[in-house]
Structures are given as structure tokens and as C-alpha cells.
Design a protein around this ligand. Structure first.
Ligand SMILES: Nc1nc2c(ncn2[C@@H]2O[C@H](COP(=O)(O)OP(=O)(O)OP(=O)(O)O)[C@@H](O)[C@H]2O)c(=O)[nH]1
Ligand SMILES: [Mg+2]
Length: 344
């Protein structure tokens, strides 16, 4: 293999786990770079003791920013490919060879570790939010992406350089998949081991999910605005396109994301009407037409989001009154299906 590859690790207060992650990764690559993102514990010391190069940041700015810093550092040091890993021990370094093998077969593509085959090992609420996230992110990325939320990934840096990253924290990893996919690239996956339990997460189930959701809805609105009015245009992203222009100023991006989130349900109806009414004249919404099952399931899914909230609350109430029921899983499988079918 000719690619020059290193492992990058964004880390925040991970002194208990980062050492073994770095040591494990160094069995397979000769360079590991850790970004210590303003940790208040001994993350930097542990990482460097284990053999990593450490970038020490004075203030915590979130995983997305740390990833951007790590990409730039790897590029400056002449690497062409990076494998990103979490610092909290949820990714097994012994899975690194899977990514290296995948990269040999598909050198231009991002490869994402997927944990979705080990559903029983993932906390149920987390699995369900991953299932819904994947439905919408796959739509925006023009292809089925089995696990959109895993941070264990291989990135060809030339591909990362072809997109503008405007988001922060946990949204950035979603932004990368969407933009790369909506530019026409393929995102591959390899099955990795799923490790949960006993590890303190920094992921905020409400705020971080809300930020990711708002970004994905915002992106889809812009994508469908373009696709709805043009013919044969399934890929809408390129550096400097509408989504980047709007996102250049943070307050503008926040206002647009809020508006698109609030209007998502009626807007999906408008897109659906556009899909039906304009089809005799232009081949619009090609990314959706290619799926074969049309816009109906997508419109239905977006209308079901408020219903899902009610079903979730109902299930909690019933379970609290000792009636063990599971309403949410069936609901999600029914209304957020894998409409990509054979594209798997
Ligand atoms: N640089 C940096 N890294 C972070 C920050 N927050 C989390 N991370 C790292 O990102 C990785 C994943 O963070 P987690 O909080 O475990 O999120 P997650 O794995 O998606 O969520 P869980 O499945 O709940 O664990 C870990 O390696 C963390 O060290 C941060 O603020 N800055
Ligand atoms: Mg974690």
C-alpha cells in the first residue's frame, strides 16, 4: 500500500482510557496524533507516555474542531490517509486492519466503522436515534450509510480537502458524510466491535441530537430546493455552494437551521407536491427517484416524527406503571425503513 497513514484521536478528559487506545493503535501504524482538547485531567501526559504526538489545546472547543485540527496536522506532516478513533476505549484498535484492507480495495472512499450489526450491545434509545439519524443522513448523502454516528473511520485526506467544514462538536462527523456523499463519492463501511458500558460519555442526548437533527434538516431543505427545480441533478454539493454560503456566518446558520426545523413538516409536503407536479416537465429529485420508492415514504416519515415523540412518551408512561411494552422499535422499523434496498 502506498498511502501514508496515521491514526488521529480527538480526546477530552480521557486519561483513563487514552493510553491503551494509543498503545493498541501503535501496533498497526507508526504514528498516532492525539488532540487534547482542553482536558482538565492527565489526558496529554497519558497519551504522550503511550507514544503519541500530542497537540495540546488551551480551551475545550469540541470534537469537530479537534478533528479539523488533526486533519490539518496530518496533512502538514505529509500523511494522505487518517484513521480517526475515539479516546474513550469504545473502538478496538485490533479492528484497524479492517480499515487498511478496505482502503486497499477502495482507496478514494471514506470507510466508516459500523456497529449496527450488534444491536443488542447498543443501549436501546441510542440505537433508535442512530436508526432515525441514518434514514435522514443517508437521504442527504445519496446512499445508505449503515452507521452514521461512529467515530471510528478512515478518511482519505484529499477527499476531506474537497469539502468545507462549517459545523462544530458532534455535528462535524455528520457534515462530512453528507457533503462527501452529496458530491458523488461513495461511503463504505466495515463491521467493527461494539463496546458500550462503564464509559462516561460527553454526548448530550438532547442537545447534541438536536444540533445534528437541525443541521440535517437544514441541509436536506437546501438540497431539495435545488433538486426540486432542476433536472437530473442528484448531487448538489461543491465547495462554495449555497449551504456553505449560508453557513459562513454562524448567526445566519443558526437562524436558517431553526426556521427549517420548525417548518420541516409542512415543507416536506411542499416538496412532495413539487415532486408530483413538476415531474412531467423536469426530472427533478433524481436522488429520490433513483430509490424507486418515491417521495411518499419520506414525506410520511417526516410527518411521523411528532407522532414518534408521543409514542415514546406513552411507552415510558406504560413502562413506569409496570406494563412492559415496546412500542418504539416497531414504529421506527415501520416508518423509517431501509428504502435503499439493493444499494446495500
Ligand atoms: N477533542 C474533543 N474530543 C471530544 C470531546 N468530547 C468528546 N470527545 C471525544 O470524542 C469521542 C467520542 O465522544 P463520546 O462523548 O464518547 O461520544 P460517543 O462515543 O459518540 O457517544 P457514546 O456512544 O454515548 O459514548 C471520545 O474519544 C472523546 O474523547 C471534546 O469536547 N473535544
Ligand atoms: Mg463514547
Amino acid at each position: 500500500m502506498t498511502s501514508k497513514l496515521c491514526v488521529i484521536i480527538p480526546a477530552y478528559n480521557a486519561s483513563k482510557t487514552v493510553e491503551s487506545v494509543v498503545k493498541g493503535a501503535l501496533k498497526y501504524v507508526s504514528k498516532v496524533i492525539v488532540a487534547d482538547d482542553g482536558s482538565v485531567d492527565d489526558t496529554a501526559i497519558s497519551a504522550s507516555r503511550a507514544g503519541a504526538d500530542v497537540i495540546k489545546m488551551d480551551k475545550n472547543r469540541g470534537k469537530g474542531n479537534a478533528l479539523k485540527v488533526l486533519f490539518q496536522k496530518a496533512i502538514r506532516e505529509g500523511y494522505s490517509v487518517v484513521i480517526s478513533m475515539d479516546a474513550d476505549g469504545q473502538h478496538d484498535p485490533d479492528d484497524i486492519p479492517l480499515f487498511i484492507k478496505g482502503h486497499s480495495a477502495y482507496p478514494s472512499d471514506i470507510i466508516v466503522g459500523s456497529r449496527m450489526h450488534e444491536k443488542e450491545k447498543i443501549p436501546r434509545a441510542r440505537y433508535n436515534s442512530m436508526h432515525i439519524a441514518r434514514f435522514y443522513i443517508s437521504l442527504a448523502a445519496n446512499q445508505f450509510i449503515e452507521d452514521t454516528q461512529c467515530g471510528f473511520r478512515l478518511y482519505p485526506l484529499s477527499l476531506v480537502n474537497k469539502i468545507n467544514l462549517t459545523t462544530e462538536k458532534y455535528v462535524t462527523e455528520t457534515e462530512i458524510l453528507i457533503k462527501v456523499g452529496d458530491m458523488g463519492s461513495r461511503v463504505r463501511f466495515v463491521h467493527v466491535r461494539t463496546i458500550y458500558g462503564g464509559i462516561k460519555s460527553h454526548f448530550r442526548p438532547i442537545m447534541d441530537v438536536a444540533e445534528i437533527t437541525a443541521y440535517v434538516i437544514f441541509y436536506l431543505h437546501i438540497k431539495w430546493l435545488i433538486e426540486g427545480l432542476t433536472s437530473n441533478r442528484p448531487f448538489t454539493y461543491a465547495i462554495g455552494s449555497a449551504v456553505d454560503t449560508i453557513s459562513r456566518f454562524k448567526p445566519v446558520a443558526i437562524i436558517c437551521q431553526t426556521i427549517t426545523a420548525v417548518t420541516a413538516v409542512p415543507a416536506s409536503m411542499v416538496f412532495f407536491i413539487e415532486y408530483i407536479m413538476l415531474s412531467p416537465f423536469i426530472n427533478n429529485f433524481l436522488s429520490i427517484r433513483r430509490l424507486g420508492s418515491g417521495f411518499f415514504k419520506i414525506t410520511l416519515a417526516s410527518h411521523m416524527l411528532p407522532v414518534l415523540l408521543i409514542v415514546t412518551i406513552l411507552e415510558r408512561l406504560l413502562n413506569k406503571s409496570k406494563l412492559e411494552v415496546n412500542l418504539v422499535d416497531g414504529f421506527i422499523n415501520r416508518f423509517y425503513p431501509n428504502i435503499w434496498g439493493k444499494n446495500l
